[in-house]
Design a protein around this ligand. Structure first.
Ligand SMILES: [Ca+2]
Ligand SMILES: [Ca+2]
Length: 253
């Protein structure tokens, strides 16, 4: 019996062998030493429980905030999923990079309660010599991830934040205040556009926030378009941008 992996030991044996790392209520977790953590613990390097990149982490009972089903440029840029702690707020969300979905027939939607497992990664494109192409920032994500639907609840509420929090101060010096909102579902109020989408699929607000079309393209967006509110997921790729998820995230003035 002692040849079994410890996580398969029955509860009674755990009682008699208290030094063993028994955890009979947790499901089997392929990939080895995975730690139960909250999203802020994996997002915020200043958190005492921050596990460090390369760590295998488990997020229990998190809520799906967004699913990328939109192929914005015909190159198949779909499949990422974002999850968050139910209460929202700073550091509350994280991206799951192209996770496998369990069960495979499940079509995840915002409001699904899931367990997510993956390897903590700070994504940045690399030069051939291994140096980062963007020395100013990375995108926190779980790679090699799987996501299992556990249940359903109400669609998550976005956290309203000042637009100025997301304004990068140039691509080489992103606003540090934006980092806490990366991968989170946020809402801006009284937004005015300074232009339509450029060839990178980004449209600038008058304050300089990039509105990205990764998840949804807002029709007829142009300089002067005024929005009572704009909701979306904050991402980072050579600067922060905001990704609305669909028409429900765009409230025209
Ligand atoms: Ca981050
Ligand atoms: Ca997309």
């Amino acid at each position: 019996m002692l040849g079994l992996p410890f996580r398969h030991l029955p509860l009674a044996l755990c009682t008699f062998l208290p030094s063993l790392a028994c955890d009979p209520v947790q499901p089997d977790r392929p990939g080895g030493a995975a730690s139960d953590l909250t999203v802020p613990q994996v997002q915020n390097p200043a958190d005492p429980e921050y596990p460090g990149t390369g760590s295998r982490v488990v997020l229990d009972d998190v809520i799906v905030t967004a699913v990328d089903n939109y192929d914005e440029d015909g190159s198949g840029r779909v499949g990422n999923v974002w999850v968050a702690e139910p209460a929202g707020g700073a550091w509350s969300g994280v991206q799951l990079f192209d996770p496998s979905v369990i069960p495979s027939r499940a079509s995840l939607v915002p409001g699904d309660i899931v367990q997510a497992i993956g390897t903590l990664d700070e994504f940045v494109l690399l030069n051939p010599d291994g140096s980062p192409q963007d020395p100013a920032g990375t995108l926190t994500e779980l790679s090699g991830a799987s996501v299992q639907k556990i249940g359903e609840t109400y669609a998550p509420l976005a956290t309203t934040i000042p637009e100025a929090d997301l304004v990068p101060l140039g691509r080489d010096s992103p606003n540090p205040a934006a980092e806490q909102w990366e991968d989170c579902l946020v809402r801006l109020e009284n937004v005015e556009m300074a232009g339509g989408y450029d060839r990178y699929g980004e449209a600038p607000t008058s304050l300089g926030v990039a509105v990205a079309s990764d998840l949804y393209l807002i029709p007829d967006l142009a300089a002067g378009t005024r929005l009572r509110s704009l909701t979306g997921i904050v991402t980072y790729f050579f600067g922060f941008s905001l990704m609305p998820r669909g028409p429900q995230d765009v409230e025209l003035e």
